[in-house]
Write a protein that binds this ligand. Structure first.
Ligand code: APR
Ligand code: PHB
Length: 400
């Protein structure tokens, strides 16, 4: 088998890259080790930045999102039992975010790719990468009992945090930087009406809580728990009691409850692999970086990585030059580090760190008071949350 770009992983990164390349007339093959049903059914985060919404619309895959997604013009920050609305729409000259679950984005991209005749191999196994530092890298894999080899011009490793691609960058040049947080998120899906028109991020003495949504009938909420905690310790009653304690306000706002249809605990980390290229292998999305979910950046970063990568690949096929491709890592990492900075700030500002002193706790609450009372700080929060521009649209420095 032969193709121009061999893509490992049918997550948001791999699917969008394949779609973008197709629109430029560049051929790709996607290899995915899970089934189509599995990738379309896995519950993940759900906030799309303005730039991601624009990208889906501009490339013809935004129609269902515009119909079924929820457009939000702001978020609410809560601390000391009081809500503060952040009017992001006004603070960013009319931008907004879309609450539309990641697996719905996956469904739309898979449908568009298959309709355009793309080759996506689901349920493959034993994926291995070969000759990545040559002009003819190869991917070997098993499918339907047979052993296959795919020769390509380039390999895009879009195989998430646990995939094999990142490890192909030799230890001597690969640097992995990470931060593990002393808390996890317990997430639920519940059959209740929408609790609030916008997301609520609440800093509470008992720990962080987040109120989000999925559909008019199903809501997604989270509470901070200890990383060593077990979901078996959390009855539905206990979850609702804790959520209510953390999000109900002094002025009497009440959280609607109902049957919990799914619950799980996820740990939180910040992680970046540098560089994101080795020879003709390029890694993108969760394969290269992880953000804690507090800033809602995971899917959006995957989308910006593949736009940079697509530019490099397109330039190569148009001109034969690898200059742009060789800058992929440097260009993508600038935006990644800004999103890491923001995600880390949101995480440390909103969660309770129970090993902190009372001095540090007071500083944290003072930070929230400052942010919610300064137009400059609110503008900074909003432009980051709505999504910073792609690097080539962004001024390098305003201080010239
Ligand atoms: N072979 C083939 N496919 C693989 C392999 C492998 N060895 N290992 C992993 N994969 C697949 C996974 O099954 C998954 O479908 O690669 C895909 C990676 O997708 P994601 O993990 O969704 O990563 P990415 O596309 O980078 O999207 C990032 O996903 O995890 C969320 O919060 C994260 O929103 C962010 C987004
Ligand atoms: C979600 O709806 O799953 C969600 C929303 C906002 C976040 C993280 C997750 O910051």
């Amino acid at each position: 088998m032969k193709t121009q770009v061999g893509i490992i992983g049918a997550g948001p990164a791999g699917l969008m890259l394949s779609h973008l390349l197709h629109l430029e007339g560049i051929e790709s093959v996607i290899l995915e080790n899970r089934s189509r049903e599995e990738i379309e059914g896995t519950i993940r985060a759900g906030v799309l930045e303005q730039g991601t919404v624009d990208l889906l619309n501009a490339t013809g895959v935004g129609e269902r999102m515009m119909r079924e997604g929820h457009l939000h013009h702001g978020i609410e920050l809560q601390y000391n039992g009081i809500r503060h609305r952040v009017n992001m729409h006004e603070l960013t000259d009319g931008k907004s975010i879309m609450v539309y679950p990641q697996h719905e984005v996956i469904k739309d991209l898979v449908a568009a790719r298959l309709e355009a005749g793309a080759e996506i191999y689901f349920s493959v196994s034993d994926v291995t990468l070969h000759d990545v530092d040559s002009d003819s890298p190869k991917i070997r894999f098993k499918h339907d009992g047979g052993e296959e080899e795919l020769s390509c011009d380039f390999i895009a490793g879009c195989d998430g945090f646990h995939g094999p691609s990142r490890k192909m960058i030799p230890d001597a040049i690969r640097e992995e930087k990470q931060q593990i947080y002393p808390f996890s998120w317990l997430g639920i899906l519940a059959e209740t009406p929408i609790a609030n028109p916008e997301l609520i991020y609440s800093n509470h003495d008992r720990g962080f809580a987040l109120i989000s949504t999925r559909t008019p009938e199903i809501q997604r909420h989270y509470i901070q728990v200890d990383p060593s905690d077990d979901i078996a310790n959390w009855s539905d009653d206990r979850i609702w009691t804790e959520l209510k304690a953390r999000v109900e306000t002094k002025d009497g706002w009440k959280l609607p409850d109902g049957p919990i249809i799914q619950k799980n605990i996820v740990s939180m980390r910040s992680f970046v692999c540098e560089p994101m290229q080795y020879g003709r292998l390029f890694i993108a999305g969760d394969a290269a970086h992880i953000v804690p979910p507090t800033g809602a950046k995971g899917l959006n970063l995957a989308m910006s990585d593949v736009q940079v990568l697509k530019r490099g690949i397109e330039t190569f096929y148009q001109t034969g030059s690898t200059d742009m491709l060789n800058r992929y890592s440097e260009i993508a990492l600038r935006r990644i580090w800004k999103a890491q900075r923001f995600s880390s700030w949101m995480t440390t500002t909103l969660h309770r760190n129970f090993s902190h002193s009372s001095f540090e706790r007071s500083i944290q609450l003072s930070e929230l008071e400052y942010v919610t009372s300064s137009r400059a700080a609110l503008t900074s929060l909003s432009e980051n949350y709505i999504g910073l521009p792609l690097e080539w649209e962004s001024p390098k420095s305003l201080l010239v």
